[in-house]
Design a protein around this ligand. Sequence first.
Ligand code: NAD
Length: 476
Amino acid sequence: MKMMIGGERRDSVSGRVFPVHNPATGDVVGEAPLGGEDDVLAAIEAAGEAFPDWAAKSPRDRAKILFFAAEEVRRRNTDLAALLTAEQGKPIREAVDEINGFANILEYYHALSAGLRGEFANLKGYGRVTVRRRPLGICGAIIPWNMPAIIMGWKIGAALAAGNTMVLKPARTAPLTCMRLAEILGEAGLPPGVLNVVTGPGETVGREIARNPGVRKVSFTGEVGTGRQVALDAAPAMKRLTLELGGSDPMIVCDDADIGAAVEGVIRGRYYNCGQVCTAVKRLYVSDSIADEFVRRLTARVETFVVGNGMDRGVGMGPLNNRAGLNRVVNIVDAARERDEGKIVAGGRAPEGEQYKRGLFFLPTLITGVPHDSVLFSEEIFGPVLPIAAVSGLDEALELANNSRYGLGASVWTRNADTIARATEELEAGIVWVNQHLRIPPEVPFGGTKASGIGRENGSRALEEYTEEKAVLVRL
Ligand code: NAD
């Protein structure tokens, strides 16, 4: 496939490409241009040329294009989902959901954008005061490989609806779906240069987007360390930043919880997308009075899981997306095993069998009795491994839950109104769920506190994050 710059499908300036592999089979799924700084400069130029006309369009005219694109994406869901599964690894039903999720986001901002307006006041002594909302200009988006379509939607939906143009860099191991989605937006009427996609390495393409002074805002999703580098690179030009970084979401299961529902909550919350979700359940704190029963039922449920190629019928969990990610998961589990930190009651290794030999598979893993100071709790595990500890009650659970550098999501499972009131107040997180985890509709602001990031995406306020206010005071 080609990059999308100024509405044209282009090769990279270097003419080089890189292969994209299917993580379930190792086969090459496709290739993408190996972009570099020059390609980013060309994309910034195209985005700059497109900006005045795009910003001058009425919000309704911009929104219509997003709506047409969403319709087309839904119509082509089957092909897009197959491409997403092939390059990313997730089971096909999750890919279908993700593509629909992308369309949902575009439709949401289509519906919202006409409501983007400033303020007016008649202030005695100052005359008529208007506060206008202006788009920022060229915005940059740098995204990871775990949920490429959804995260692309979060970034482009609000930015384009608000009248900005954009240069977007997908991750190296999952760029193809993003490129195809950008093509569909072009076919739906998005003018050339409004959305440009440059593929290639983070150290060149990503860094140029972060530091080029022509880019007025950078929205980054990825690891904490990379986010810090992006912030440093963006600082000299005083750019606006949204940083959606890592998470280590705690799930607290109280003694009055519906155990069956909470077990299913773990299954979806931890093993969806092979555990490679920023807001996956990454630490489980369960009340000691129900811990044995909970672990027994959870283990039985985990053992029913079918691991395999995401395209195969009945597969509940696919492979990890990339070798580095798999190695990190293997290392952290091996280290815990060597230090005798907890007991592996399910998984803990790759599945056996000819069909798994070429893929990046790891079994869904449960580790019980994990000491509170274990790296299994302090590090973000971006894979299908769940450390579990029994706790004496809500006080201890909340203390442990908040004892993390991360603060992305958290959930509490209980039927007690006082527990809900206290936990939702005290949990340090950008999003708190009660008796559910992981679900994020486009209407809900999303982002983290502490090391999990800065700013919010999604929701109506995201439109404001992609605009700036200009105050005008008129005295006649
Ligand atoms: P990553 O930080 O390695 O890469 C993210 C993107 O940044 C990629 O496109 C990469 O090429 C690019 N990049 C790498 N170095 C760069 C640099 N120096 N300058 C600019 N760009 C650079 O992250 P990943 O491994 O792709 O994704 C997994 C991480 O993302 C996890 O920590 C996960 O929790 C986090 N994540 C967060 C959210 C959220 O919304 N908070 C959502 C999904 C994933």
